[in-house]
Design a protein around this ligand. Sequence first.
Ligand code: ZN
Length: 147
Amino acid sequence: MDFGAVTDVAYEVEPLGEKNGDCACCGKVTRAIWGIIHAEGAETVASYFVNWTVGADLADHPANMDLIIGAWGEGTGAPDRVAVSLLYSVVETGPAVMVIDAGGRNIAKNPLVGAALGRDEVVGTPVAALAFGLFDAVFLQDARFKP
Ligand SMILES: [Zn+2]
């Protein structure tokens, strides 16, 4: 797959569903939101799933963003898409987004996903640049994202 071609476009984020749950460690409310991302005025490039614990400190309750990136629509299938997982946390230097292993996330079992990429398969590649661009688009455009 050629991910290089779509890293320099503007994105349009389309929020879809959301759902609340309970944090397994502390019982606080967790929130999951999801939606899709289009290249501006054009095709879908990814779907996203974000979850975090409401009111918790990001330093010990980082937010997760799981992305399914690739081709969508007619004539495409799971082999045309990969899962990439990001962690949004606060470290000594401030807020930080990092790539984590998607294989350990529920997204890896999603039937829309062909391959769940490991951290080593993403860091330093065009997929990483793409994923960080998608994170920024969701962060800026989906008003529900308030970890
Ligand atoms: Zn907790």
